[in-house]
Design a protein around this ligand. Structure first.
Ligand code: C5P
Length: 232
């Protein structure tokens, strides 16, 4: 099935952990803005019929111009002060005909289109909410105020989760409508609303580019040809 998914791309973060500079989505990766890489990968996924980007409020016009030449329609709206607020702004811009809505961090710029297809397929198969998840490889400890170890957590049941996270539109809208506290992902809101959240296998290429180290890893992956990102 083609084009039945609207995908929201929150890209309004400042990127404080990346160090001083432009908003993170506009920083360069292999010579082009991170957001352009992210949107290109999204735009080639056959399921995607509409992309709604939440841009830094001061950069809506340049972001719109930067994303003008994509194969699917793109709307650019001003993001909010938190990721959650940015997602809510983008969701407001989705026309009613889209029943399936995915949310995908611009910072996960190298996520392969196949991951979008996998999440969308699970939604079409009947799930209300779907997230990509990977096993945790490190041993995880709980620590106290003095950085002393309190406990070792059994990692066998733990997962590191990624985006795109997919929802029936009504599920995502209802979860945002009743949100009182701030969540770092949309599945957290859905869980809070009592929705069953299913998982599909994640992809290492969907890692979040947060710190300078991550940017260096992303550059190396692109240079090695390991990603599906097309570079000019
Ligand atoms: O800050 P964090 O790394 O969790 O951000 C994840 C994604 O949410 C990034 O793509 C970032 O641009 C976006 N974001 C946003 N609006 C904010 C803060 C973060 O769209 N106010």
């Amino acid at each position: 099935m083609r084009g039945d998914v609207a995908i929201l791309v929150p890209a309004a973060g400042l990127g404080v952990r990346m160090g001083p500079g432009a908003p993170k989505a506009l920083r360069l990766l292999a010579g082009e803005p991170l957001l352009l890489h992210a949107v290109r990968n999204v735009a080639v996924a056959p399921s995607v019929g509409l992309i709604v980007v939440a841009a830094p409020p001061a950069d809506v016009a340049p972001v719109r111009a930067m994303l003008a030449e994509q194969p699917v329609p793109i709307a650019v709206v001003a993001g909010g002060p938190t990721r959650q607020a940015s997602v809510a702004c983008a969701l407001d811009a989705v026309p009613r005909e889209y029943d399936l809505v995915l949310v995908h961090d611009a910072a996960r710029a190298l996520a392969p289109p196949a991951l979008i297809e996998s999440v969308a397929a699970k939604l079409r198969a009947g799930s209300s909410a779907v997230i990509p998840a990977l096993p945790v490889v490190d041993t995880i400890k709980q620590v106290g105020d003095g950085a002393e170890v309190i406990a070792t957590i059994d990692r066998s049941a733990l997962r590191a989760v990624q985006t795109p996270q997919g929802f029936r539109r009504s599920t995502l809208a209802a979860a945002h409508a009743i949100a009182v506290d701030n969540h770092t992902d949309d599945a957290g809101l859905a869980e809070r609303a009592g929705v069953r959240v299913d998982t599909v296998p994640g992809d290492e290429l969907a890692f979040k580019i947060t710190r300078p180290f991550d940017l260096a890893v992303a550059e190396a992956l692109i240079a090695s040809g390991a990603t599906s990102v097309r570079v000019r």
